[in-house]
Design a protein around this ligand. Sequence first.
Ligand code: FES
Ligand code: MG
Length: 592
Amino acid sequence: MKLRSQEWFDNAEDPGSTAIYLERYLNFGHTREELQSGKPIIGIAQTGSDLSPCNRHHIELAKRVRDGIVAAGGICFEFPVHPIQETGKRPTAALDRNLAYLGLVETLYGYPLDGVVLTIGCDKTTPALLMAAATVNIPAIALSVGPMLNGYHKGNRAGSGSVIWDGREMLARGEIDYDEFMEMAANSAPSVGYCNTMGTASTMNSLAEALGMQLPGSASIPAPYRERGQISYETGKRIVEMVHEDLKPSDVMTRAAFENAIVVNSAIGGSTNAPIHLNAIARHLGLELSNDDWQKFGHKIPLLTNVQPAGAYLSEDFHRAGGIPAIFSELMGAGVLPNPDAVTVSGKPVSEIYANAEVANEDVIRRFAAPLKEAAGFVNLKGNLFDSAIMKTSVISGDFRARYLSNPDDPDAFEGRAIVFDGPEQYHETIDDPALNIDEFCILVIRGAGPIGYPGGAEVVNMQPPAALLKRGIAALPCIGDGRQSGTSGSPSILNAAPEAAAMGGLALVQNGDRLRIDLKNGSANILISDEELAARRAALQAAGGYQYPDHQTPWQEIQRSIVDQFDEGMVLKPAVKYQKVAQTKGMPRNS
Ligand code: FES
Ligand code: MG
């Protein structure tokens, strides 16, 4: 098989071009013999940097990847990916997922690469890299950087992210001071690696393995562990073999693999960001995947993983208890994994590689017959408020249920008075304003927080009740919004509403004082006003110029806003999805 890199480095019919391509790649020490040897050239898409601390340990791990590539007879070219740091990037890291995607598509297609190792980790890095691999479709394998070690504060497990949500409430109630709050945050992050809770990072790394894109058992190994370096070496070796086998992302990330991943997501208590990202990856592969699929395949699956925010433990415990292999084995044992025959980057089917994986601690990973919670997946709500929004019903607390879902004639529905905020700034400025008259039967609504409105989609929907209610022991009000929610928050919000207010979805038309009705049984969410009244509000808002949101601050904000799709469609760049399997369908790029 002729490798695509040979078009650059070993084309005797075009010595002029070959000389140009070869010359500069020799200048740091490669020899012509190496580059013309016909060995696969493997990229390491490096997401770690000082700006991306969650993935920074990949700088170290890449050395072991490189060793593996060379040991298997490959040549390694490591290159940087546009940084995406969940906690550092303003206005939101989600703004940059599609930017990193675009950059990586150009890199994978336009350079002499035969295969690539995707260094995944922090929330948006995983989907960005998998999306690009899907579009270009050269052999690709993902390598998780691994979670941080367990965090502890005053002897108790303190999970990154989750501790911030708790700390904010404790600070608001006056139980801790500023310094202790900062100390709690620091203690939750004791080592290199990504979030040690089951937030979006642990979720997406777990799902990268569930999709078949990582070596078995790779997802959960903590970043500092010996095995993390060892699996990096194995990953480097395996990608060289994959190039020889021509095993491509489209062979691994099939519809069957996505159905498996949805089931795994429920069993691990995965983040509400997962549907956005998996729907996006699927679209770049030309596969149909919708939020209806998430409800259909995922909602009934129980929660097996006792990890914060839904449970008590952290990622290091999850790894020691068996990680994703144990989850797969438990799901297959119960006969609920839809497609055990799906093939992974190992070249083998799920049924073979995970069949004998064992649960080493039954409190951390529950047996299917004794789960932490039933029905841990999402419901997909629809109505005049939005066409699609998801809710994780399993995190509804007993207190919440008693307050809102206690009507015996109507046990799955609740109604409340809408309190509407245009963006998180207005929420913070006015939440404690007595004029809003917020009581325990209100529903907090936030809008202007979606892919266009924010821009990028902000993690702001899980809004804290006003201080007066918190002091009375009301810890949560129902929240609805066209933004997202951090995967490290356990709040039962209605999220990712699409279309967003900025795209003139129903949320743009809600007014303070409207009655909202959410029915979990029939999956509906509505403003209780007539269709005529709704149409009149829409016409009035359109006449006033539509829903207003802040002006663009950078070129990318403006460009993305003009072409981005909604959350239920994966928040992809609309023009990008028609480019599929580019390495096969578009031929080689023209000479430079
Ligand atoms: Fe990067 Fe959580 S902030 S993984
Ligand atoms: Mg986040």
